[in-house]
Design a protein. Sequence first.
Length: 302
Amino acid sequence: MASEPEFIWFDGKFVKFDEAKVSLMTHALHYGTGIFEGIRAYNTGNGLSVFRLADHVRRFFQSARIYRMELKYTEKEITESILETVRKNNAGECYIRPLAFYANTALGIHPREPKISVAIITTKLNLYLGKEGGGARVKISPWRKIDNSSIPSMAKGTGQYLSSYLSSHDAKMDGYDEALLLDKSGFVAEGPGENVFTVKDGRIYTPSLESPILAGITRDTVIKLMEKTNPVIEKRIGLSELLTSDEAFFAGTAAEITPITEISGYRLSSAEKGSVSLKIREEYFNTVRGKKPVDKDWLAYV
Ligand SMILES: Cc1ncc(COP(=O)(O)O)c(C=O)c1O
């Protein structure tokens, strides 16, 4: 499949890519009123499987609920439509983007009679971040993460990604691969589209969910994979703790597990042979590709 899919599932029907269009007056385009998900499908020994599909669909509906968007479909219908879109596009390993947005075409921040459109898009996405077998150089962003009291980080709202764009663009302009955002009090939050973990003296840490972060499904996968052997400690992480870590890595559906090799000039051993980050990365790939016995609900066969 090319990066542009042949078909997009759009409001219950399959539409050719070029025909899936919206008006320039679309509310979501002006005010960022959308919610979305990012999901990956991987090849396994038993065929193509969508990783943790049920959890992604659940979060999609929770995001909609927070913004009081009434979707005309059930979780089951969206789940089925995602699988159908992957099949229809003969997508193979791919990235899947369900999106719901205010499609009203009258200006004004509050649409009186909300019209919600839902789309499901599949695209090719290989390595999202850093270098294959290398890792990512990361800059601490001068832009702080939006506080939960302003925009709920638990919902994947499209508008909040302006903050992600700003920090990521700043990092890239300075020659880094990605940004890392601190919260308003200066504690570690997350990347623009990834959760973050640190490793110190063999112990693994990640910001707890009181931080303004997304409750990432990859974050949860890492926590569950490490539960028995080296349980992840969820806590607030200060800047000096971050910079004196031995290793750090990003975790996210798009970024998968990306070792962080440098944070604003501080070098880390995350991508060195035998590192904890690389071991977790390997376990993660074995899990999404069905090589490691996992919760059977995690693999949804296409
Ligand atoms: C801001 C943010 N944090 C974290 C993540 C990682 O979440 P997940 O592992 O569910 O993809 C994402 C990606 O969706 C994100 O956009």
